[in-house]
Design a protein around this ligand. Structure first.
Ligand code: SF4
Length: 150
């Protein structure tokens, strides 16, 4: 699993300070994709366990959520990393362009929140009233898109 960058983000998961790992290798190739640099699996650097642990330990007590932008194509490692984050007390979130039913239940059980749905330019993102994308609370199976509209 390679990452393109790691950022601290405030808007992607409402109410959370998130450590955001952008994972390369997205093969959905949505038209108008805002992140085509994430398409090639070989780009970026390997997210080793050491690197991952270093980052999430560094921000423990400051950040509250571990967020993966993609990475579901590395299911085993993704689950392992989500488990570690949860054990450390982080909330967890995944942004994916897939539909929810294309994700395994093993991934879903390790997530607090999930954003799913491909990028369709004419429908817009989470703050659009006609978007196809959804941001949900997994346990409550509740759509929270309204939190993105100010
Ligand atoms: S899912 Fe996201 S990163 Fe992947 S192609 Fe679509 S818009 Fe780009």
């Amino acid at each position: 699993m390679n990452f393109y960058d790691i950022q601290i983000v405030l808007q992607e998961v409402p109410g959370q300070i998130s450590i955001c790992f952008s994972i390369t290798g997205c093969n959905l190739h949505c038209k108008g994709c805002h992140s085509p640099h994430l398409w090639k699996k070989e780009l970026g650097k390997k997210l080793t366990t050491d690197k991952y642990l270093e980052v999430i330990h560094k921000y423990k007590g400051f950040a509250t959520c571990v967020l993966f932008m993609g990475g579901e194509w590395h299911q085993k490692v993704l689950i392992e990393y989500l488990e570690i984050a949860k054990k450390m007390g982080y909330e967890t979130c995944l942004y994916t362009g897939l539909s929810k039913d294309k994700l395994s239940s093993e991934i879903l059980t390790h997530l607090t929140w999930l954003k799913f749905g491909a990028w369709i330019e004419e429908l817009g993102g989470l703050n659009s009233p006609i978007t196809n994308q959804k941001f949900i609370d997994i346990k409550q199976n509740k759509i929270l898109n309204h939190l993105f509209k100010i």
